[in-house]
Design a protein around this ligand. Structure first.
Ligand code: PEP
Ligand code: MG
Length: 323
């Protein structure tokens, strides 16, 4: 199998019906970077910056962060890297930060909520990113945005960081894209103006699914209870795809499900044409995409829906067996 994947490494993830799906990789540690060339990924769709904070015993300095982000951009050799600002709280607690005693950490003070309430660290991080880019294009996204106002406030922090850098005479990125993760159902129903203002959206399927089904992603008893290929969830994702299409908003998907071949196939079939996953998944996902017809998968999904199936998995597996 490894050889089979190596032979398609430099080929596009083009389906039998002629759609090319963009496959990117998720990363977070320097050790992940060599995979960028080895896996055939077209860039880093999600760089989880909190991992660098989690592996240390004290807060990193701005200069350290900036050197690190610069190395990530160097390794990417011009391919797109989407840096996600610090996503801490909930399951990710920094050893040097006072732990929060919260009844429901997953629903608590985490990610952008921390970033906006205590902006010191986020400001340092945004400045480090701008410096690391040193004139190169830069993509930044904010995690766990639940409403338009949070995105606006975070974006305002970026504007301030830019103004500061400019005043100091530092070179600014030649292109700057600011996006948000769509991880709470509320954001899917944000006003059109949000979709107009945000430059790109990335669905964080792990969190989105946990909140859609009210099923803790960390709890073994419930975490597999609801299938990602559940008809209700796919219908919800289709609505997000439609809103992004109508507002011309770039959309991708970066939860773990993007790296599971059958799930990735269904995501592509409902219109998610940019997927980001762990590097080892790129080969298997590409292999399946290259031998599938998305129209037929879409037809199988619709049949399952019309029949009232709970999940489309059976119908899609039937298609794969017959194809
Ligand atoms: C997600 O929620 O799907 C995601 C990509 O972010 P994380 O797994 O880091 O919460
Ligand atoms: Mg998440």
């Amino acid at each position: 199998a490894q050889e089979r994947y190596a032979s398609i490494r430099d080929k596009p993830a083009e389906t039998l019906c002629g759609k090319t799906i963009s496959l990117m990789m998720n990363a977070g540690l320097m050790a992940d970077l060599p995979s960028l060339q080895g896996s055939g990924a077209q860039g880093v769709g999600l760089f989880r910056t909190e991992l660098q904070f989690l592996v240390r015993n004290k807060m990193p300095k701005r200069s350290e962060l900036s050197a690190l982000y610069a190395r990530v951009l160097d390794a990417a050799q011009g391919q797109r890297v989407v840096f996600r600002t610090l996503d801490i709280g909930s399951d990710k607690v920094l050893p040097y930060m006072k732990p929060n005693d919260e009844p429901n950490p997953a629903l608590g003070w985490r990610a952008i909520r921390v970033g906006l309430d205590k902006p010191g660290v986020m400001r340092m991080q945004l400045q480090a990113l701008l410096r690391a880019a040193n004139g190169r294009p830069l993509s930044v996204m904010f995690p766990f945005v639940a409403q338009f106002e949070e995105f606006r406030a975070a974006r305002a922090e970026m504007d301030k960081a830019i103004a500061r850098e400019e005043k100091l005479g530092h070179v600014l990125p030649e292109r700057l894209e600011i996006g948000a993760m769509l991880e709470t159902p509320s954001l899917a129903y944000a006003p059109d103006q949000f979709f107009d203002e945000v430059e790109f959206l990335s669905i964080g399927g792990n969190d989105l699914k946990q909140f859609f089904f009210a099923a803790d992603r960390e709890n073994e008893r419930v975490r597999r209870r609801y299938d990602t290929l559940n008809v209700s969830f796919l219908t919800f994702l289709e609505q997000i795809v439609a809103r992004c299409k109508n507002t011309n908003t770039q959309l991708s998907f970066c939860g773990e499900d993007a790296g599971r071949p059958v799930e990735a196939l269904c995501l592509a079939a409902i219109g998610l044409h940019s997927l980001s996953m762990r590097p080892a998944s790129i080969g298997p996902v590409k292999h399946l995409l290259r031998r599938s017809d998305l129209n037929a998968v879409k037809a199988a999904i619709n049949e399952a829906r019309e029949r009232g199936d709970q999940s489309v998995r059976g119908a899609v597996m039937d298609y794969l067996r017959s194809a």
